[in-house]
Design a binder for this molecule. Structure first.
Ligand SMILES: Nc1ncnc2c1ncn2[C@@H]1O[C@H](COP(=O)(O)OP(=O)(O)OP(=O)(O)O)[C@@H](O)[C@H]1O
Length: 227
């Protein structure tokens, strides 16, 4: 299996050099292979979001290397990083961030149109994704007319709309009740498997973490296998 995401010796400090300096990442090494779903667990404030932002090129490390699908993105300029992110990375957050004035289907179609896909192909892809997570009956609903679990499944479809190779998720089921969280997670795993994604999923839920291929814990700024 090929490596989709590699972090080598990644460090991150906030307010570097100031009295309120916070050292969050102290040399993170990580490899996620194509088709592998990895759980990231840690107490609140340990640096999970920081790590996901660096892995997804939304933030930069102080030192170390980030390699996505064989490309070292560490030294890329903003334009190249944005292009790489749009093409390769899908994000899901705790809150869905769907566009409120558009339907579920349109929320998944729009990022594809922005990427040059035809309306017809974008709609076909959107419907296929909605069907695979069991919310195709809500295709014409706006986010406000869907349940939290449905909204989150749509957000998941949107993250996958442009066929990213890497999925990064920050507490994707953190806002849902346990039964809904399980359902959304099962859908997420199924599609991740079907599409051969590499995924790094931060969660506080150890039961869900245990269903992934590997569980890593962020401990004092480094990643260790969770026991
Ligand atoms: N822009 C910033 N400036 C200064 N400190 C920051 C900044 N962003 C995050 N931090 C600090 O860095 C640490 C890690 O934050 P981060 O959001 O990555 O943690 P987390 O593990 O995702 O937490 P949670 O589970 O609560 O979301 C925290 O102590 C936080 O206060």
């Amino acid at each position: 299996m090929s490596n989709m995401l590699e972090l080598q010796g990644v460090t991150k400090h906030y307010n570097a050099g100031k009295p309120n300096e916070v050292q969050v990442l102290n040399g993170v090494d990580l490899t996620v292979k194509k088709g592998e779903v990895v759980a990231l667990v840690a107490p609140s404030g340990a640096g999970k979001s920081t790590l996901l932002h660096i892995a997804g090129m939304l933030d930069t490390a102080r030192s170390g290397r980030v390699v996505i699908d064989g490309t070292d993105v560490t030294g890329l300029d903003d334009t190249a990083r944005t292009a790489m992110r749009r093409g390769q990375v899908g994000f899901i957050y705790q809150f869905h961030h769907l566009l409120p004035e558009f339907s579920a289907l349109e929320n998944i179609v729009l990022p594809q149109l922005a990427n040059g896909v035809s309306q017809r192909d974008a709609e076909a892809r959107a419907l296929k994704l909605l069907t695979s997570v069991g919310v195709e009956a809500r295709a014409d609903h706006r986010p406000a007319a869907m349940s939290g679990g449905e909204q989150q499944r749509v957000a998941f479809c949107r993250a996958l709309a442009n066929r990213p190779a890497l999925l990064l998720a920050d507490e994707p089921t953190g806002n849902l009740d346990p039964a809904t969280s399980d359902r959304v997670f099962e859908a997420l795993m199924k599609v991740a498997r079907d599409e051969g994604l590499a995924a790094l999923i931060a969660t506080h839920n150890m039961e869900l973490a245990g269903k992934m291929d590997r569980v890593l814990r962020l401990d004092n700024g480094v990643l260790v296998p969770a026991t």
